[in-house]
Design a protein around this ligand. Structure first.
Ligand SMILES: NC(=O)c1ccc[n+]([C@@H]2O[C@H](COP(=O)([O-])OP(=O)(O)OC[C@H]3O[C@@H](n4cnc5c(N)ncnc54)[C@H](OP(=O)(O)O)[C@@H]3O)[C@@H](O)[C@H]2O)c1
Length: 305
């Protein structure tokens, strides 16, 4: 049997529980992974709450989490690119990540570089891959300026580093407590809330080339005027508001290819997930609560002992 942490029905955190589940068996194209670490993301509580139930079918009890790093433990029929013992990281889809063993598909993983820890690798597949795809979509060039709305969280920290690596200037909204963190990543921090449009105008008097929004709603409306071209507003959080402003939802690339690019960036030190909090599997509820607060800094990770 395998120890996991999940939820027994859609609802609030009260539906979460430790689970004792049979070890999964890999089907065609699947790999069984011995999980060393699992990343925690806002999508985990959104799935638990039922917000995304129209887009995916789950069986209960369901294991929480979408991203892991670990070691290949068994290969399903037809898997040729990987061998038992390979170190990988990637997206688990509905199989879940807060568990000792999970299943992944070969098109949703990449090899973990030996110089990147399991803990860091587990925190890259959702946030950094999203950030990478967003910056590709915006086709930013050296000398452009990107406003990241919500720069201090998982996607924001990764997007800041990828943009800076490409020579793009970054202005990032964040609470005052995160200004030091955001500045250390290479962005100019701006406090969000009342007066943010004026503060942005002072920081970027000629406007910004593009906006990557990670918050949505009023927080997006308040900063949208800074974009010189409203078509270059993309969001991970609120497609309706972005569309009403002339922008768009992010487009996702082929996951395995994006993860391979991210692995290269992480291996040569240009991208770190900035893991700020580490929890055990028994503490997975606390880990998810830290992210569900909406004010995480960098990434939160669960380490399997
Ligand atoms: N569609 C996709 O493929 C995809 C993929 C990844 C993420 N997402 C979504 O993208 C969003 C961000 O994800 P994440 O992993 O970066 O979340 P996260 O790590 O929880 O970070 C969220 C950040 O937003 C900041 N924030 C909160 N309220 C704000 C406001 N009014 N103005 C500016 N910043 C504010 C918080 O910082 P402060 O403490 O400074 O408030 C926090 O650092 C989530 O909604 C997530 O579900 C979508």
């Amino acid at each position: 049997m395998v120890m996991a942490y999940g939820f027994t029905q859609y609802g609030d955190a009260g539906t979460q529980a430790m689970l004792d589940l049979p070890k999964p068996e890999p089907g065609p194209g699947q790999i069984l992974v011995k999980v060393h670490a699992a990343g925690v993301n806002p999508v985990d509580w959104k799935i638990r709450s039922g917000l995304l139930s129209g887009a995916m079918t789950l069986q209960f009890p369901a294991v929480l989490g979408r991203e892991v790093a670990g070691t290949v433990a068994a290969l399903g029929p037809g898997v040729e690119r990987y061998e038992i013992g390979d170190e990988i990281f990637g997206n688990t889809g509905a199989e879940g990540g807060y568990t000792e063993y999970t299943l992944v598909r070969t098109d949703a993983i990449a090899r973990k570089p030996p110089t990147v820890s399991f803990i860091d690798a587990a925190a890259l597949p959702v946030a950094a891959a999203t950030a990478y795809d967003a910056i590709e979509q915006l086709q930013l060039r050296a000398g452009d300026t990107l406003l990241i709305n919500g720069a201090g969280g998982g996607v924001g920290a990764a997007a800041t580093q990828i943009a800076r690596y490409r020579g793009v200037g970054v202005v990032g909204t964040a609470s005052a407590a995160k200004h030091g963190f955001v500045a250390a990543l290479g962005a100019m921090p701006i406090t969000y809330g009342d007066g943010v449009a004026e503060r942005l105008h002072e920081a970027a008097p000629n406007g910004v080339t593009a906006i990557l929004d990670l918050v949505g709603g009023d927080a997006l409306r308040e900063v949208a005027g800074a974009a010189n071209d409203s078509h270059l507003i993309v969001t991970t959080a609120d497609p309706e508001t972005a569309a009403s402003l002339g922008g768009a939802y992010i487009e996702r690339g082929t996951l395995a290819d994006t993860l391979a690019r991210i692995a290269e960036l992480a291996a040569h030190g240009s991208l770190s997930p900035h893991v700020q909090e580490l929890f055990s599997l028994e503490q997975a509820g606390e880990a998810l609560a830290a992210v569900e607060s909406g004010h995480a800094q960098g990434k939160v990770v669960i380490e399997m002992m």
